[in-house]
Design a protein around this ligand. Structure first.
Ligand code: B16
Ligand code: MG
Length: 220
């Protein structure tokens, strides 16, 4: 029986992908690596350090920086990102999310956050929905990032549930892989092509329908 939902943040609850992109692009310019929106797709759901590693590999600069220098570069990107997200408010909740979460609460579903973002708790506060979450997985305490199942397994555990009792919601391919590998029913928000591994997919957040999703999950 389904008793909980485990949510990704960026791309599901609000659209911060553009801000991550702008901040990485600015850092890329400083170090001579030019990235575009197509490349940025690969960074969705990927942790800050893993994202930097992918950008450096893309620019053939993996060997240039020491560990300390990479930490400094990642910090620089995060400072820029934090400047860009200061204005986020409840107006930035993706359409339909408020209603979808109200339906979950009405049905007594437990709710967890499984975001790779260390800025997750601040963003939930800014969006005005922090109080709806029973628990937040700390991405700093993870051994492996998405697509590894660890973050979704922890989300379920922190709710006191098994993965089979939860539904995971994601917008990134790496995130859907993480949910599936955790043994959870997966709901993808995105194109059919990018969400081909999801148990159910919707093309945008207005189409998230609690009853329809629950029916499909219970049939699986
Ligand atoms: P931060 P999600 C992910 O969030 C983003 O999709 C990804 O682009 C970002 O690099 C990652 O969080 C880390 O974010 O630098 O704020 O710690 O999609 O897992 O909610
Ligand atoms: Mg995401």
């Amino acid at each position: 029986m389904i008793k909980g939902f485990v949510f990704d943040l960026d791309g599901v609850l609000t659209d911060t992908a553009e801000y991550h992109y702008l901040a990485w692009q600015e850092l890329g310019e400083k170090i001579g690596i030019s990235i575009d929106r197509v490349f940025n797709e690969q960074l969705k759901g990927i942790s800050r350090m893993d994202s930097l590693d992918r950008i450096l590999a893309y620019g053939n600069k993996s060997m240039i920086y020491s560990k300390e220098e990479k930490i400094r570069l990642a910090d620089e990107k995060n400072e820029e990102y934090k400047k860009l997200i200061t204005k986020i408010s409840s107006r930035d909740l993706l359409p339909g999310i408020k209603e979808f979460m109200a339906d979950l609460k009405q049905a007594d579903m437990k709710i967890a956050l499984a975001s790779a973002s260390k800025n997750g708790p601040d963003i939930l506060n800014q969006l005005g929905i922090a109080g709806l979450f029973d628990t937040i997985v700390d991405p700093a305490a993870l051994t492996h990032g998405k697509p590894d199942p660890e973050i979704f397994i922890k989300g379920a555990k922190q709710l006191g549930l098994s993965p089979k009792e939860c539904i995971g919601v994601e917008d990134a391919e790496a995130g859907i892989q993480s949910i599936n590998a955790a043994g959870m029913f997966s709901v993808g928000v995105g194109t059919q092509e990018s969400m081909k591994l999801a148990d159910v997919f919707v093309s945008n957040t207005t189409q998230l329908d609690f009853v329809a999703i629950l029916n499909k999950a219970q049939k699986k």
